[in-house]
Design a protein around this ligand. Structure first.
Ligand code: SAM
Length: 276
């Protein structure tokens, strides 16, 4: 009988943040794939987990996938963990899970912490719709290009950032999003120096520059949705969708829908619709 591949979330700092089920699964499997086995030993010692640990990281994922799948097919159950939080969320495991699913291996999530969700839930930024982008490009030119493409998004944006680039990335965001965009900077969540600051980008940059120690640690940046309409872009969008909508429904219904989609005024959309 085939075994199971468990995807197990582990703490993002505070060792108490792990589920009872996660500990039980980690104790019961044949072995645990871990990014850095030395790092995971601390968690294992704390919870008296004695399952063998096996190194599985971005540099050996490719070559290990087929032998791991064979072990599961021979009846072994295996858990995948990362150094912190939920595996595959800016962490290794995608190739393994996708291959496992392709050949019908049962993949079972054991949910728990993820830094992105912890930050979003405590950011006070509108969270009904959001996009998680993971790490920003490390080269400044690519980063600026990436950010420019996201400038008009009407939903929260979540980024992971390293202490090496946190200041530069905020400066690039200031250049692209402007000085009025609200941002939440969440640092060292669940750890002793946990800091969650909501402010304009200029103030967050001033804060980081005021003491180089403030630039140390693990960071998440949450950018509030753009609440202003880019009129040129909205007009372009309206010109694209209005003829399609008008083919399917009355001008007043089409205008109402177009106004909802583009953020433009309903009366204006109606005028455009009847002039088509
Ligand atoms: N898989 C993890 C998760 O589910 O959150 C993320 C792993 S990713 C390699 C590591 C990045 O996550 C860090 O550079 C940082 O941006 C963010 N991160 C992880 N733990 C954090 C914490 N305790 N506080 C703030 N950010 C954290």
């Amino acid at each position: 009988m085939s075994g199971v591949l468990y995807i197990v979330a582990t703490p993002i700092g505070n060792l108490g943040d792990i589920t009872i089920r996660a500990v039980e699964i980690l104790k019961s499997v044949d072995f645990v794939l871990a990014e850095d086995t030395r790092h995971s030993k601390k968690l294992f010692a704390h919870y008296e987990i004695n399952s063998p640990l096996s190194a599985f990281h971005e540099h050996n994922e490719n070559e290990r996938v087929s032998s791991i799948i064979s072990e599961i097919n021979s009846g072994k159950s295996i858990a995948l963990i990362s150094d912190a939080g939920t595996p595959l969320i800016s962490d290794p495991g995608y190739q393994l899970v996708s291959e496992a699913k392709n050949i019908g291996v049962r993949v079972v999530p054991i949910p728990g912490p993820s830094a992105a969700i912890a930050a979003l839930s405590s950011s006070g930024i509108a969270s009904s719709s959001f996009t998680f982008f993971g790490f920003l490009p490390s080269k400044q030119a690519s980063r600026l290009k990436f950010l420019k493409a996201k400038k008009s998004l009407h939903e929260a944006m979540i980024f992971y950032e390293s202490p090496k680039r946190i200041l530069q990335s905020l400066e690039d965001m200031l250049q692209v999003f402007g000085k009025d965009r609200e941002v939440c900077l969440a640092k060292e969540l669940t750890k002793s120096f946990e800091t969650i600051l909501n402010d304009k980008l200029t103030n967050l940059i001033d804060y980081l520059e005021s003491d180089s120690n403030y630039q140390k640690g693990e960071f998440i940046i949450i950018v509030a949705p753009n609440d202003k309409i880019d009129l040129d872009e909205a007009q372009r969008h309206l010109e694209e969708i209005l003829p399609i909508l008008c083919d399917e429904m009355s001008a007043s219904k089409a205008a109402k829908l177009a106004a909802k989609i583009t953020g433009l005024d309903k009366k204006y959309c109606y005028k455009e619709a009847i002039n088509l």
